[in-house]
Design a protein around this ligand. Structure first.
Ligand code: ADP
Length: 581
């Protein structure tokens, strides 16, 4: 991929060229750095708060930012009250159960992608239906402790790793109204500046974590109805449960596994699996955990995800279309077909309390489906802050230029070549494009050099609010939250038809399905397919302004919340839970 060049003001970059800004961007702070920055933020917050409010649809009272601001506009308010919205009991379910999520990610304190959002959103939705919910999370060194309320040490115990017992602390705290148990081993696991990629063996750390969660339940006598595990990181927990802990004192729990992305399958050797106290060689069979692709190789490998599928009572993936896709392709398909009776596709929801444009703390002006005027101010605010607008008033003509945003991890799955192409095509069409992305791999980071390498929750809220269109050109997409968040903030989705994107976005030009029509969809993975969808979206924006406004309103009224889908998880929980034990 060639280095990207931009002419004039057509594209913007949240970029390393703005390196002065990036000095503030590290969300994973050490505690002393964190304290320093927090005090900077506290000083800022009173003046910053005074310029943010409702009724600013025409931009009155907003101080417009500039790319030359010493502190970039998305860093000015970080008290994050919207992250602390307590779940309220809306309507209690008849049968109330106890669910414990065991997970490697949780938004907002340990979020890398959609997994973190889903755990928090689903947990809050179940709490608001009256259920008891806990989340168990590694106590990553990078967790911003000031986002955890009532953090208290509750248990000190030992958990097994590689022939010895590691002293471990369990802390309890509240995050976004959810009780969280943090597991903190006294060894080097989970230390470092990021959730992933620390200088410890990640596989062994998550094997340890899986066992330490069960060990904690065992020593404290906590027996939830459901232990809900997620992804390969906790794929060994069902094996540990059925082959060790169920023979000890844990009798009641049943296990549900959610697969958020089939690409990561937890490759593991027999010896590594043995480190958590299981006999790895026992699982090296086709009906248990062997990675089918390695059969006959020396050595054969195991897959923690496959083991999790085999040993869980129910397996869920995150959209009905992705369920079908995974039954038809990929090496895990034969295992999934064999376990089809317990395999379900449930569309993710979004947390509509945390993502609410009529209250969103990060937005300079609020808006909702009945009054979208504030969206224009949000757009102008972002355009001004990134140097995409030169005028002095929200009615400046740049707010008539279509603004496309793409907010994504910069990995191959997300269609990097199409993102690159879109930047060029949007420019050719006379629009503006903002990419907010973070590349976990150095070579991708370098390819996008000067373009994007930033993770900012705050900026993501502002960009969804500012955008006319949100682009999601993924090669495959198990569910995708970005298109749903974009819609919630009135941005028209332009997406590739795959996985959950196919379940949530329906093409405007499909005349058979006008009732559902809400975006622009393309099928091919080539540039021409993307161009076709962008061209149609731009024509619609320019030629049919009134219809466009109606679409924006319609999008904001679509209910993609957990209210819609948490009930399906409850049904799955209910179908597997032990009535008597
Ligand atoms: P995935 O889980 O594959 O990363 P999803 O669309 O399911 O993709 O979820 C992505 C989540 O991460 C969304 O909430 C999106 O807004 C957020 N996100 C992605 N990249 C960034 C970024 N660079 N900065 C802030 N938020 C981001």
């Amino acid at each position: 991929m060639k280095k990207l060049e931009f002419a004039n003001n057509s594209c913007k970059v949240v970029s390393s060229s703005a390196s002065r800004w990036l000095g503030f961007r590290n969300l994973q702070l050490t505690s002393s750095q964190d304290d320093n920055i927090r005090s900077t933020r506290t000083q800022l917050s009173s003046s910053a708060n005074s310029r943010v409010g409702v009724g600013r649809g025409k931009g009155e009272g907003i101080v417009w930012p500039s790319p030359n601001d010493e502190i970039p506009f998305w860093k000015k308010e970080l008290a994050l009250p919207s992250w602390d919205v307590k779940p309220e009991i809306v309507e209690e379910d008849e049968q109330l159960i106890h669910i414990t999520h065991v997970t490697a990610e949780m938004a907002p304190i340990a979020k890398v992608g959609g997994l973190g959002d889903v755990v928090t959103g689903l947990a809050r939705a179940c709490l608001s239906r009256g259920h008891t919910v806990h989340v168990m999370l590694p106590f990553y060194q990078c967790i911003p402790k000031h986002h955890v309320n009532d953090l208290t040490l509750i248990t000190t115990y030992d958990s097994f790793h590689h022939g010895s017992w590691v002293q471990t602390n369990a802390y309890r705290g509240l995050v976004s109204g959810i009780p969280v148990i943090f597991i903190d081993p006294s060894n080097h696991f989970f230390k470092g500046q990021n959730v992933y990629g620390g200088s410890y063996n990640e596989l062994e750390a998550y094997l340890f974590f899986s066992r330490a969660c069960l060990e904690w339940m065992q020593v404290t006598g906590s027996q939830p109805d459901i232990i809900h595990v997620h992804e390969w990181q906790t794929g060994a927990l069902p094996l540990l449960y059925w082959d060790i802990y169920h023979h000890l004192s844990l009798k009641k729990p049943r296990i549900v596994l959610t697969i958020h992305n089939m690409e990561h399958y937890g490759e593991c050797s027999k010896e590594q699996l043995s480190k958590c106290g299981l006999d790895g060689s026992v699982y090296a069979t086709i009906d248990k955990a062997v990675d089918d692709r390695t059969i006959g190789h020396n050595p054969e490998r195991l897959s923690l995800l496959k083991g999790g599928i085999v040993y869980s009572n129910a397996v869920v993936t995150v959209s009905p279309t992705y369920l079908k896709e995974t039954l038809c392709s990929g090496w895990l398909s034969s295992t999934l077909v064999e376990h089809r009776h317990k395999y379900f596709g449930i569309l993710n929801g979004i947390d509509t309390a945390m993502w609410n444009p009529s209250f969103d703390f990060f937005l300079p002006a609020k808006f909702h489906a009945q009054n979208v005027e504030g969206k224009r101010s949000c757009k102008y605010f972002v355009q001004k802050g990134l140097g995409l607008a030169t005028g002095e008033h929200v009615l400046d003509s740049t707010t008539n230029i279509p603004l496309v945003v793409c907010i994504t991890r910069l990995v191959a799955q997300k269609g990097l070549h199409l993102i690159t192409r879109a930047i060029k095509r949007v420019e050719e069409l006379g629009g503006q494009m903002i990419v907010l992305g973070k590349a976990p791999e150095g070579h991708i980071q370098r390819e996008f050099e000067g373009l994007a390498n930033l993770w900012s929750e705050e900026l993501s809220h502002m960009l969804y609010a500012a955008a006319d269109m949100v682009l999601v050109p993924s090669m495959y997409e198990p569910c995708g939250l970005s298109q749903m968040l974009g819609m919630r903030y009135g941005a028209v989705p332009v997406v590739r038809k795959t996985g959950g994107l196919a379940d949530t976005v329906f093409d405007m030009d499909d005349h058979q399905n006008q009732e559902m029509a809400n975006g622009f969809v393309f099928e091919g993975i080539d540039e021409a397919s993307l161009d076709g969808a962008l061209d149609r979206a731009f024509s619609y924006f320019k030629d049919k302004p009134d219809e466009w406004k109606n679409v924006v309103r319609k999008l904001m009224e679509i209910d993609n919340s957990w209210n819609n889908t948490a009930g399906k998880y409850i049904e799955v929980y209910d179908s597997v839970r032990a009535r008597y034990y």
